[in-house]
Ligand binder design. Structure first.
Ligand SMILES: [Fe+2]
Length: 358
């Protein structure tokens, strides 16, 4: 069960320095490449002749050649050559998908191609904006994307899962600072939490080099079906909120299958932009943080599979945002089933007023 009429991240733009990228998306094996004209192409990764993945063949100029009988296919999915014969069977075509480059990513549309307007691509311009510095990476999770959404909307887990990186000590459990949860336009859930006069967790101590206590806010944003942003800000208690160090952590999830997820992430910050060492340090620390989530989330998926149960088995206060987001997701899946032309234009993900004190 996947939302189809929506743009998903299929790859980082920079991956197209390779001849092609092959990746299973929404349980469909897809092969993607950038033609010599700079146009992105996405095709089913399957030769219509004997069902060999095209990715097991090779790219020749702007065509893909099957590694079994040498048939060639264009970026538009048309067969251009069948070795040993002049005629090309009309059934020798490969399905294609809209694939668009924006904000440093390649976005794919797996639903009805006639609905694939680039205007529906969510605005995550921070990723390749000169006003922000970016540390990015990729994780593969053997878990359904809903479990990752749950995790990203409930940041109270930082205290227990991430005490070495972004969490606080247990006596200052993040769960003690209740989040204000709001829903917008039937497609966004936000959980906003303020923490004042706290010690900087190790990660923020590295980034900010604070001398004393800090004020911190965090807003978990979830756009149906699986785009998440953690908006974080910290500043020393004696300074102004306006001078805060802000970061947006983009968690861009694309289902690989019902039980696995591509996790493209990007930590963008608005301070110390040109410090490469800091950029690399954040990259490393973020990867280590998401490694910690991976252990928890994959373990949950294993238990769900083994026991045939769903989560949460018991709902507690911190589940409010994840439960609301799951509800919106189910509504969206249902709406798309009832109306295959159903699309939603994503509203602004991080409005200016997000930084204001609640
Ligand atoms: Fe986490």
């Amino acid at each position: 069960m996947f939302v189809k009429n929506v743009w998903y991240i299929a790859a980082f733009d920079k991956e197209f320095e390779q001849p092609f990228v092959a990746r299973r998306l929404l349980d469909v094996p897809v092969i993607m490449f950038r033609t010599s004209d700079g146009v992105l192409a996405a095709l089913d990764d399957l030769c219509p002749h004997r069902l060999m993945p095209l990715s097991s063949g090779k790219r020749i100029d702007d065509e893909l050649q099957c590694g079994y009988h040498g048939m060639k296919f264009s970026a538009e999915g048309h067969c251009t050559c069948v070795p040993g014969q002049a005629n090309i069977p009309s059934a020798a075509t490969v399905k294609t998908y809209p694939l668009v480059s924006r904000h440093g990513f390649a976005w794919i549309w797996m639903g009805d191609p006639s609905l694939a307007s680039p205007d529906l691509i969510p605005d995550i311009h921070w990723h390749d904006s000169p006003d922000w510095a970016c540390s990015d990476g990729y994780h593969h999770f053997n878990a359904n994307y809903r479990l990752l959404n749950d995790n990203l909307l409930d940041l109270s887990h930082e205290t227990y899962v991430h005490h070495r990186t972004i969490g606080n000590h247990e006596e200052l459990s993040i769960a003690n600072y209740p989040a204000t949860v709001t829903t917008e336009a039937d497609c966004i859930v936000r959980a906003h939490r303020e923490m004042s006069n706290i010690e900087a967790p190790p990660f923020f101590a590295m980034v900010l080099q604070p001398k004393g206590l800090i004020n911190r806010w965090q807003i978990a944003v979830n756009l149906v079906p699986s785009l998440n942003i953690t908006v974080v800000g910290v500043y020393p208690v004696e300074e102004e909120r306006a001078s805060a160090f802000a970061a947006h952590v983009l968690h861009l999830l694309t289902p690989e299958s019902e039980t696995s997820t591509h996790y493209f992430w990007s930590f963008v910050r608005n301070y110390r932009l040109n410090e490469i060492e800091l950029t690399n340090g954040i990259q490393k620390a973020s990867a280590a943080t998401f490694d910690e989530d991976k252990i928890i989330i994959e373990r949950q998926q294993k238990e769900i599979d083994a026991r045939g149960k769903q989560v949460p088995g018991v709902a507690i206060r911190v589940d409010e945002a994840p439960i609301r987001a799951r509800r919106l997701l189910e509504q969206r899946l249902k709406a798309e089933q009832e109306n295959p032309a159903y699309v939603v234009a994503p509203p602004t993900l991080v409005p200016e007023h997000s930084y204001a004190v609640l």
